[in-house]
Design a protein around this ligand. Structure first.
Ligand code: COA
Length: 200
């Protein structure tokens, strides 16, 4: 996608700061130089967090795959780190701007919802175990929605849905405006629309 290639060349529109509690985080696009920190982020996730996000993959392979994809396909990844720890990633958000057949668009159609590929973004957050439950994921939503809007998307669906047993994530999504539209293939599908003006 040309817009994603342009953002890979100049990711400055995606860079900002957020705070969770009294901690400031830099939020920015994943960069090619993040290979090592990304491997550590993935390797340090608990088995539970890995199971719910990206599954059981080799951390170094997965990191290389995500770095290789920067600006090339349909994905945009935002990372968060404390400004003084640029090599220690604390959170990562997957955004995907395509709706391949057989996945979300097909599941949502079975739920009676016709997703518009021009308006829809797939969204999948993950926060390091040390930062879970401290408001970081909530703080990352405004920059995620700004990135979605930058590519003219205002309909957000969960990337891969959410595991029915992932009660923490389901509570998180419900608290932030997502509604459940149905279940299929062992996942719960949730979606929300972004308001026209407010970024949250
Ligand atoms: C799902 C996930 C992204 C939520 O992130 P999080 O950082 O835990 O979310 P938040 O901190 O914003 O909110 C979670 C809890 O923190 C509490 N909290 C504590 N301090 C807070 C603060 N300063 N601001 C907001 N909430 C705060 C909230 O009340 C909430 O409590 P609850 O879980 O009892 O309802 C995170 O748990 C995660 O990465 N899980 C592993 C991967 C995963 O499951 N991803 C989703 C795949 S579908």
């Amino acid at each position: 996608m040309p817009q994603l290639a342009a953002l890979a060349a100049d990711p400055s529109p995606l860079t900002g700061q957020v705070s969770a509690g009294d901690t400031i985080f830099t939020v920015r696009a994943l960069l090619p130089s993040d290979a090592g920190p990304l491997t550590s982020f993935l390797a340090n996730l608990s088995a539970t967090s890995r199971r719910y996000w990206h599954g059981e993959t080799d951390a170094a392979d997965e990191s290389a795959r995500l770095i290789e994809a920067i600006g090339r396909y349909d994905k945009l990844r935002l990372v968060a780190h404390r400004p003084e720890h640029p090599n220690e990633l604390d959170g990562l958000i997957d955004l995907s701007f395509s709706l391949p057949d057989g996945y979300e668009i097909t599941r949502f159609a079975a739920h009676g919802v016709a997703l518009d590929p021009e308006r829809t973004v797939r969204f999948g957050p993950c926060v390091s175990d040390a930062w879970q439950g401290r408001g970081l994921a909530a703080a990352l939503l405004p920059p995620a929605w700004s990135a979605a809007r930058l590519l003219s998307r205002d309909c957000v669906v969960l990337y891969g849905g959410v595991d029915p047993a992932n009660h923490r994530a389901r509570r998180f999504y419900a608290r932030h405006g997502f509604t459940e539209v149905g279940r299929d293939d062992g996942v719960v599908d949730m979606m929300r629309y972004l308001p026209v003006t407010s970024p949250t």
